[in-house]
Design a protein around this ligand. Structure first.
Ligand code: ADP
Ligand SMILES: O=C(O)C[C@@H](O)[C@H](O)C(=O)COP(=O)(O)O
Length: 330
């Protein structure tokens, strides 16, 4: 039903790798940051959000990451464990690094931004020795978040994880997850992300993120079909191009194209759309559903999260997502 296959004999479905952070979401919405008085704390970081999304949908999920040796780091590990996510490979930093904080500013549903405090962030201190071959071998798939490539030693740790995954036939999902403040230049982003994309089975990215991977090589065409052709020539079996509130378009290695719109909802903020979409889309692929059904499922999940105050905490269950689809198909 979809082109994705994975090894069956593995206890874990998905291991996410990369950022474990905290979102501080403004309580007083529709206000600039300068006038915001209070925030609510949530687990954050794109791969963390996707791991929570997958776990809430019933996938056996694990995480490879590094947290700060303080109360915020404890909070993150505890939250993951409460969600049923295996934290045996979430290591504690011993160098005095801190948890990355994302303060959200919600001026209006269309005008949202994030103010990041990420100097000396613990997640980017993940080292190659923190990545265990035996752990990766236990999973059907890994999810790599592009931001983990932005600095050493996390960059090398990701490449090690990628090689272990390829060696043990573990499916590789790559979400480019571009966060400009983590990188030195767009060229650096494009080059490193491209190195991972070339070896990934499924690439999930927005139009601008694919542009980043094409621009340094003089291939910038802003064209989804050209993008699909480029990546399907490598290892990818599925290329997902996200277009925000205009939905998404997905290309598969059997020459098919699938388009999906969005579900109407009362948007509070746009953060979390991509992570909820990715988590639910990946879940659908593992159910063996058709690509268009997976896309619908992802879209419906995103419509729930953009209508909520948080990202991680708002990740829906299968029943909640199905309810949105059923309601809109009446
Ligand atoms: N305003 C919105 N209303 C409903 N669904 C949305 C909205 N914005 C995005 N989505 C859904 O979430 C998916 C991913 O959103 P997108 O904004 O492209 O990702 P990211 O958050 O990573 O930039 C879209 O393909 C769409 O299905
Ligand atoms: O990824 C982060 O560090 C911040 C996220 O937790 C945040 O809530 C967010 O921006 C979600 O990203 P999206 O799903 O790509 O919109």
């Amino acid at each position: 039903m979809n082109p994705i296959t994975w090894p069956q004999d593995r206890p874990l479905d998905l291991i996410a790798i990369g950022r474990l952070c905290i979102d501080m979401n403004a309580n007083e919405i529709n206000r600039p940051m300068e006038e915001t008085l209070t925030f609510t704390k949530y687990l954050g970081g794109s791969p963390a959000n996707i791991a929570v999304a997958a776990a809430r949908l019933g996938m056996k999920t694990g995480f490879i990451g590094k947290v700060s040796n303080d109360q915020f780091g404890n909070y993150i590990s505890k939250y993951l464990a409460q969600e049923g996510i295996d934290t045996g490979n979430v290591v504690v930093d011993r160098t005095g690094a801190v948890t990355g904080l994302a303060f959200t500013e919600i001026k209006s549903p269309e005008d949202c931004s994030i103010l990041m405090y990420r100097d000396n962030a613990a997640d980017l201190k993940l080292e190659p020795k923190d990545v265990k071959e035996e752990y990766i071998r236990q999973s059907k798939a890994i999810l790599i978040s592009g931001t983990a490539l932005s600095k050493s030693p996390s960059r090398e740790a990701v490449f090690i994880a990628l090689e272990y995954a390829l060696k043990h036939n573990v499916l590789v999902f790559f979400d480019v997850d571009y966060r400009p403040y983590s990188w030195n230049s767009p060229e650096e982003t494009g080059i490193y992300c491209r190195m991972v994309a070339e070896k990934s089975d499924v690439i999930i990215a927005g139009r601008e993120e694919f542009d980043l991977m094409e621009a340094p090589f003089g291939e910038l065409r802003h064209d989804d079909w050209y993008t699909a052709e480029t990546w399907l020539r490598h290892r990818a079996k599925l290329v997902m191009v996200k277009h925000g509130s205009n939905g998404s378009i997905c290309f598969t290695n059997d020459g098919k194209t699938f388009r999906s719109g969005t579900y109407p909802t009362k948007v509070i903020k746009t953060f979390g759309a991509g992570d909820s979409f990715a988590g639910a889309f990946i879940y659908g692929l593992f159910q063996g559903w058709s690509v268009d059904r997976c896309q619908k499922f992802g879209s419906a999940s995103a419509s729930i999260v953009v209508a909520s105050h948080s990202c991680s905490d708002a990740m829906p269950t299968v029943e909640q997502i199905q309810e949105v689809i059923d309601r809109n198909e009446k």
